[in-house]
Write a protein that binds this ligand. Structure first.
Ligand code: ZN
Length: 204
């Protein structure tokens, strides 16, 4: 595996499509970026390839365009990055800034996970397998993030908001991600993937 994507000083991925979201602000001054949150989303639900997610993250979703949109069009949300089914990457917020992806959340006793996390959305649902190209892109993105920031954990939205959120869902293959990151990162990297340390790589 390659070293992964290049990330510039401001926190933008080289080669990604950039669509700035207004739904961002500064992180607290003392917040180390130590968590990556994996999400899944599709708009309309279970439909892929359309503009719905980009429209939602830029406050341009038409509430009349689909029955589901009436309930969500008012939300001011975003994620740092969105990986489509074909592996293409759209970035909405630079990693140094706070994206609004986690909502009410708690991880290892710390609330307000947006303060100290990076949110990555995969185009998908709770009921369909994700694509090879998405796993490849996700690993190519997370590996350099682990080098750049003091990432301790990679977890699902469902892990930080249990009972409220289910994504990325049971079809997301955490073992596959852990294997890919084990191959891409140095052996002494201290990162847990869904609670299991990367360092236990001989056992995966
Ligand atoms: Zn989510």
């Amino acid at each position: 595996m390659t070293a992964g994507a290049d990330i510039d000083a401001a926190g933008w991925v080289a080669g990604a499509q950039r669509i700035d979201s207004p739904n961002q602000d500064d992180r607290p001054a003392d917040a180390a970026i130590r968590l990556i949150v994996v999400h899944a989303i599709s708009l309309p639900p279970a439909q892929f390839g359309g503009p719905g997610v980009t429209q939602l993250f830029t406050n341009r979703l038409d509430p009349a365009a689909h029955p589901y949109y009436a309930d969500i069009a008012h939300l001011t949300v975003s994620a740092h990055a969105f990986i489509r089914r074909d592996g293409s990457l759209i970035q909405f917020v630079p990693f140094g800034r706070r994206a609004w992806h986690a909502g009410a959340s708690c991880w290892r006793g710390c609330v307000r996970c947006n303060d100290f996390s990076i949110g990555i959305e995969l185009e998908g649902t709770d009921t369909e397998p994700f694509c090879d190209a998405q796993y490849a892109r996700l690993a190519e993105l997370i590996a350099p993030l682990c080098r750049r920031y003091p990432i301790e954990d990679i977890a699902g939205h469902s892990d930080i908001a249990p009972g409220r959120k289910t994504d990325p869902g049971p079809c997301f293959d955490w073992l596959r991600l852990r294997v890919a990151l084990s191959a891409a990162l140095p052996g002494n990297t201290q990162v847990c993937v869904s609670g299991i340390p990367l360092a236990a790589r001989n056992n995966v």
